[in-house]
Design a protein around this ligand. Structure first.
Ligand code: NDP
Length: 338
C-alpha cells in the first residue's frame, strides 16, 4: 500500500469569487484507522455549490471549514482497511471523506454503494444528495399538479434536471432556464422539458413570459438574482416556491439589478405565494427511502436521464469547483481520483 496521501486544504477565505490561491494541494502520511474506523480510498469526489458556504466564516446551517483543514465533500470510496466489523476491504461506500485521496473515518456515517444497481457515480448525483434535494423539494413543497407550469433554473444540473423530469412525470409542464445553447438543447431535447430559456441570451424576460403563457405555478428556486427578478411577475396566485438554493448570491454579488425585497413581499401577500426554504437533510428520515424506490428504477431503465461532468485528478478540484460556480460544468460536477 502507498504510504502517503494527498488532500486539498483551504488556505484562505475568498472575498467574492473563489480563486485557485484559496486552496493548496498537500501530501501527508497515510492515515491509520482506529477502532470503529475504516481507511477509505476515494474514487470520485462530488463538487457541490454548498461548498462555497463552507469556505466562508459566516454563520450558517453547517460549520465552516477551518483554515488549514481539508475541504469537505462527499465521495464514493473503497474500503482499504477496516477496524469495524460491518466493513471489509473492497467494500464500496458513500462517505463524507472530503477533498482527499484517503481518509480514516468513523464507519457510522458510511452508506453502502451497490455497483450492480446503477453506475456508482449516480450515488453522488441523480440518486444521491442532489437528486434527493430535487425530489424532496417537489414532493413536500412544490407539489405540481397535472397541467400546471413548473420552472427551474440551472436546469441541466443534477438538481434542476430532476426537478423538470419529476414535473413531467406529475403531468405538469416543465420550463427550464439554462446557460448557453448547448445546455438548452440538452434540457429540451434529451431531458424532455417543454420549453427552455437561455439566461445568457438577450430578452430573457420576454422569452420566459412566452414560455409560460399560463404563468408559473411552481418555481423551484436554484439561483436567485436576475432569475428571481424575471420569475416574480409571472408567479400565479397560490404558486409554490421551494427555496432550494440561490447560487447567484453565494459569492456575495447581488445578481439583481435592483432591490427586489418590496416587490417580493408585496407579491407574497397579494398572490398568496408560498416560499419555503429547506436543506435536504430535513427530509431524509421521512422521504429518502421513497426517493430511492420511486426514482431508482426510472434511472436504471433510462426513463429519467442525467448527465455527469467528470474531471480527472484531485489537483483539478479547485479549478472545477470555481468553474461550476460560474456555470462551466455541464452536468453533475465530479472529480475522478486515480
Ligand atoms: P449545478 O451542477 O446545476 O451547478 C450550478 C449551476 O448554476 C451552474 O452550472 C449554472 O448553470 C447555474 N448558475 C450559476 N450562477 C448562475 C447565475 N448567476 N444565474 C443563473 N444560473 C447560474 O448545481 P446543483 O444542481 O448541484 O445545485 C443547484 C442549486 O441547488 C444550487 O443553488 C445549490 O446550492 C442548491 N442545492 C441545495 C440543496 C439544499 O439542500 N437546499 C442541496 C443541493 C443543492 P447554467 O450554466 O445553466 O446557468
Amino acid at each position: 500500500m502507498m504510504d502517503s496521501c494527498q488532500h486539498i486544504v483551504l488556505v484562505s477565505r475568498p472575498t467574492g469569487i473563489p480563486v485557485a490561491e484559496n486552496f493548496r494541494l498537500e501530501t501527508g502520511p497515510m492515515p491509520v484507522p482506529t477502532d470503529g474506523e475504516v481507511l477509505v480510498r476515494a474514487r470520485y469526489l462530488s463538487l457541490d455549490p454548498y461548498m462555497r458556504g463552507r469556505m466562508s466564516p459566516a454563520k450558517s446551517y453547517a460549520k465552516p471549514v477551518e483554515i488549514g483543514e481539508p475541504m469537505e465533500g462527499e465521495t464514493i470510496a473503497e474500503v482499504v482497511e477496516s477496524r469495524h466489523p460491518d466493513y471489509q476491504p473492497g467494500d464500496l461506500v458513500r462517505a463524507r471523506s472530503g477533498w482527499r485521496t484517503h481518509a480514516a473515518i468513523s464507519a457510522e456515517g458510511l452508506h453502502r454503494v451497490d455497483p450492480a444497481l446503477a453506475p456508482i457515480t449516480t450515488n453522488l448525483g441523480v440518486l444521491g444528495m442532489p437528486g434527493f434535494t430535487a425530489y424532496a423539494g417537489m414532493k413536500v413543497i412544490g407539489q405540481p399538479k397535472p397541467g400546471e407550469t413548473v420552472v427551474v433554473a440551472a436546469a441541466s444540473g443534477p438538481v434542476g434536471s430532476l426537478v423538470g423530469q419529476l414535473a413531467k412525470l406529475a403531468g405538469a409542464r416543465a420550463v427550464g432556464i439554462a446557460g448557453g445553447p448547448e445546455k438548452c438543447a440538452y434540457v429540451r431535447g434529451e431531458l424532455g422539458f417543454d420549453a427552455v430559456v437561455d439566461h445568457r441570451s438577450e430578452g430573457i424576460e420576454e422569452k420566459l413570459a412566452e414560455a409560460c403563457p399560463d404563468g408559473i405555478d411552481v418555481y423551484f428556486e436554484n439561483v436567485g438574482g436576475q432569475i428571481w427578478q424575471v420569475v416574480l411577475p409571472l408567479l400565479n396566485r397560490f404558486a409554490r416556491v421551494p427555496m432550494c438554493g440561490v447560487i447567484a448570491h453565494y459569492n456575495g454579488a447581488a445578481g439583481a439589478e435592483h432591490d427586489l425585497l418590496p416587490a417580493t413581499m408585496l407579491a407574497i401577500v397579494r398572490r398568496s405565494l408560498l416560499l419555503r426554504g429547506y436543506i435536504n437533510v430535513e427530509f431524509v428520515d421521512e422521504h429518502y427511502d421513497a426517493f430511492l424506490r420511486e426514482v431508482g428504477p426510472k434511472v436504471r431503465s433510462g426513463e429519467i436521464r442525467y448527465r455527469e461532468d467528470i474531471v480527472d485528478g484531485l489537483e483539478k478540484a479547485p479549478e472545477a469547483f470555481i468553474g461550476m460556480l460560474a456555470g462551466r460544468n455541464f452536468g453533475k460536477a465530479l472529480i475522478r481520483l486515480s
